[in-house]
Design a protein around this ligand. Structure first.
Ligand SMILES: [Zn+2]
Length: 298
């Protein structure tokens, strides 16, 4: 069973992407060794990025989400592709905050704080598309809703949730991105607004649902038939890092001869870690000397 559904309601008023991204969020958490609140922030971000990756059209397209913030997590990155592959990074995975006093939930807003949300879409054109908005709450879903509205002039509703188990792994994760279509019926939008306003927390729905279809049914429970979503496509979003030894070699060559010489003479080798998947790449002094020959003289 795929974990993501793309659906449009029968009146053609909205499109919705619904996903259960538990595995993706858990892999992100495990790779980075993230504490609960950091794992939730990272899980929400890779989930949104994963869905947005599916919105890309061509195979070579790439989407990067960057949250730069003054909260203790400092920075969150996610890169996604049209095939559903996503990778993510959080600058400080060790951030651990007390639960929110008001409702006992993970305080993602405080972990993130204020800052900006940047979306970079590399569509194979000369210049990538870059959209940037200020964070609204640091809760991530609201920040994406605001991004779609301000940067893409696309009225949307975004819900993202990550539930952490007592053993500090991800118990459930997922969410949806709903987009209002140009010929939307007012009546449908009114009904939808009411539906979403009374929606239980998304993590509650995800934990109740046995699969993504059931999750979609729970989100739109009670909606009139005409305004209920019909599935167009089933897709998958999943963790995958595309780093390789070749890429690391290129990165080393690009630092230039001066820095390479320093690595050769002082460190007698180099150990590079992929910031997304934490995989380590070791280069011996001999290997560095070869790369040195390829590097420019500047
Ligand atoms: Zn990697």
């Amino acid at each position: 069973m795929n974990n993501t559904l793309i659906a449009v309601d029968k009146s053609g008023s909205y499109r919705v992407y619904v996903t259960i991204s538990t595995e993706l969020a858990e892999q992100a958490r495990a790779i980075h060794g993230a504490e609960p609140v950091a794992a939730a922030a990272l899980g929400r971000t890779v989930t949104a990025a994963g869905i947005m990756g599916l919105m890309l059209q061509a195979d070579g397209d790439k989407l990067t989400v960057k949250i730069g913030c003054d909260g203790p997590v400092r920075e969150i990155l996610a890169t996604a592709y049209p095939n559903g592959a996503v990778k993510g990074y959080i600058a400080d995975p060790a951030v651990d905050l007390p639960l929110r006093e008001s409702d006992g939930k993970l305080d993602v807003g405080r972990a993130v704080g204020s800052g900006t949300l940047t979306v970079i879409k590399d569509l194979g054109l000369k210049e990538p598309y870059v959209g940037r908005v200020d964070l609204v709450s640091g809760e991530i879903a609201e920040d994406f809703t605001n991004y779609f509205y301000i940067s893409e002039q696309q009225p949307s509703s975004v819900a993202l949730g990550v539930l952490i188990s007592p053993d500090r792994t991800v118990a459930a994760a997922g969410g949806f991105i709903l987009q209002v279509l140009p010929d939307a019926l007012d009546e449908c939008l009114d009904r939808l607004e009411m539906q979403l306003r009374h929606l239980p927390p998304i993590t509650e729905l995800i934990s109740q649902a046995s699969d993504v279809r059931e999750l979609m049914d729970l989100i739109f429970l009670g909606m009139p038939d005409l305004y209920s979503p019909e599935v167009l496509e089933e897709r998958n979003i999943f963790w995958q890092c595309d780093c390789s030894r070749e890429r690391m070699e290129k990165a080393l060559i690009s630092i230039g001869r001066k820095d390479l010489r320093q690595l050769i003479e002082e460190d007698h080798g180099a150990e590079l870690t992929c910031q997304f998947c934490r995989r380590q790449y070791n280069f011996s002094e001999e290997e560095l000397k070869k790369l040195f020959e390829e590097a420019s003289h500047e």
